[in-house]
Design a protein around this ligand. Sequence first.
Ligand SMILES: Nc1ncnc2c1ncn2[C@@H]1O[C@H](COP(=O)(O)OP(=O)(O)OP(=O)(O)O)[C@@H](O)[C@H]1O
Length: 814
Amino acid sequence: MARGPARNLLYLYSSRDNFTKVRAFLLPNRFHRADSPNPSNSHPFLTPDSKFCIPPQFSPSHFTQSLNYRCLNFQRHPFSTLVENGTPNLNSAPALESEVTEVDSISDIGLDENGPGNENLEPEKRLNFAQIASRDPVEIYKELRDASKSDKQSRSDWDLLIEVFRGFAKSGWASNQALAVYIGASFFPTAAHKFRNFFFKKCKIDIVKYLVFLAPGIEAEKFLFPIFVEFCLEEFPDEIKRFRSMVESADLTKPHTWFPFARAMKRKIVYHCGPTNSGKTYNALQRFMEAKKGIYCSPLRLLAMEVFDKVNALGVYCSLLTGQEKKYVPFSNHVACTVEMVSVDELYEVAVIDEIQMMADPSRGDAWTRALLGLKADEIHLCGDPSVLNIVRKICSETGDELVEQRYDRFKPLVVEAKTLLGDLKNVKSGDCIVAFSRREIFEVKLAIEKYTKHRCCVIYGALPPETRRQQANLFNDDNNEYDILVASDAVGMGLNLHIRRVVFYSLSKYNGDKTVPVPASQVKQIAGRAGRRGSRYPEGLTTTLHLEDLDYLIECLKKPFDEVKKVGLFPFFEQVELFAGQFPDVTFAQLLEKFAENCRLDGSYFLCHHHHIKKIANMLEKVQGLSLEDRFNFCFAPVNIRDPKAMYHLLRFASSYAHKVPVNIAMGMPKCIARNDSELLDLETKHQVLSMYLWLSNHFEEEKFPYVKKVEAMAVDIAELLGESLTKANWKPESRNPGKPRQQENEGGYERPRSLIKLYEQKRQEGFSAGQKLEKYIRVDLKLFARLTWDAMDGETFTMISLSGQCQVQPAN
Ligand SMILES: Nc1ncnc2c1ncn2[C@@H]1O[C@H](COP(=O)(O)OP(=O)(O)OP(=O)(O)O)[C@@H](O)[C@H]1O
């Protein structure tokens, strides 16, 4: 007999009138609140593409539907037409295997070699299958349970019955349905096996005949399933309870219900939707500054710092809060923060969430989702491209917030220069930003430009501290110096106000940690869009590629509409992980995260953010004794480059000191002078990252455990300055952080002139074109407009410019 909750479960389930209650009982949401909209309508499991996928048609009432369905079938196909002369039509049954296997004890069942079939019974004793089909499965189960032994079966029926149960045990459908009553997929085969043994020992002739009539397949599975559920509820209460606790503790469904206070508010969401350089953030910040109390949430420290400076300069007191720094400005009611630091406890009049499309970021998306769902603000301004507009609409309909959409267009046109740099960096011009997707390439390009032209280059890439990036940006923006070219990584796409005339893509593919892939169109747009920013001296923004071959891809990316995002990121809070950890007391933290990812339930609009880097840190910290689960969780989010062994070593050291309750010291020598070569530069970068990590930890753990904050801050400022100076003077060949990665062939100067045009010419010559002959190429600009791009294969003089604002401008060679 089932005990405790399982007994209740059985009781509720057993009463067919109580399906709604069963549903509420079976499928509670841990985060469900009484005031959440329509709790009983919530779907218990995932959408079809989630891990725990219960087909949408499933609900406990499906059992009744299933019965009705069978009855309906009978009505449509009268029993007499299916069973001629009382003989069920078994033609559709699959051929039986000759062997009879897996029967525990054949002597336990009554086997009658010449036993009666329905056709052999007197007409009045013939079985009414429609009646059997509509019987309450609870009653059938009870009847079986209470039977002392099984009725005698014919050999052929028995063989077919074995097949039916074999099919049931292997049924993906049944296994999936069983999840809803907390029979896990790994336990399902055992449960199905025991159910079969139970059935064989107790089976009644009418049920057997009906199953034989249904034959192996989905109909038989649907008939058996509710009986199986009754069996499981009584036989496996502990397994069910265990699996249910595990599933519930990994429940990430209905994330909007996690923020009851935000749900209690009627928020107004304003979506500023448009391409880069269209004034979205500017307008949102106007509202932010007008408000009595406001918060600006930034994707980058750098951008938070920019807003902090700008807003204070305009006379609105504003504090700064990032993972690494807390700058409190007295009397301030405004704060500029990084999105991960946003408070969902404070009440604000206006909140701005910048780059809202980053909700879909595979590793950081959860921070944007949390801000959108959880911010307690009367007005929330979202700035971003249109890719997440639909999903924001959906979220607003769930949260009950009002959504206002504001559309924007670029201030200045973005124009593609079809001439390209013809593969030669000597063709760079003042105001160019050359975009390369690796640190190594960035330095190669800088070296080549400075060697072969009169231009000087500033450099911006992700591993540089925000202060250094700003210093380089200022150097580039300032007309009164020789630094008129910017060489940058994709880090240039966000957060800096740069006076770029033309964005030139050095390449349009990048290494993603695994292989080299094309740069996604949305990123290409974002980067190209930096050209011709409002306020800069250039009347329009230009973009092009170094190589002619890359031009098509650039144009394709620019004209491609934004892909609609279908899912946005989520990640469990510590409390959720802690609850889940209760189910697995003996596993490591990395294994725990893995198990959480395997078992968590998500609604269809959400995905679980990547946790590879977290797992890597968790594995490294495994040998550190004395850290609580919460400590481990927090250490795993520290900003560290997991591919940098020195930085990882320092993190391990910090965690060990923390665990041993000794003050965490920085123990790192300060460099005396600027970097003279690439390895010294790399060392400066790493040192700054370690300092930054120390500051981050001091803000996320008890401060007294990190007593050297002031010293570390001063060191970080010094290193950022050294980095800036080093970059200004850098003229060496780059080294790779990743020596294993194959490098492109280099020549003496560290840069080989790309051969695209030469290759093209050679190829065309072989195809029969004579020198000077015009080649023609048609490039599709938008759905209707085609621009004819013509260039001279010999001299590369003629060029065409294609406007993507809908107009085609063909310009003569200059
Ligand atoms: N009404 C305005 N008056 C003066 N300057 C403006 C105005 N609107 C925008 N700007 C300036 O234009 C530039 C681009 O604006 P903004 O940063 O708001 O664009 P955006 O659409 O948010 O682009 P991104 O997504 O690239 O940040 C900024 O330097 C901003 O200060």
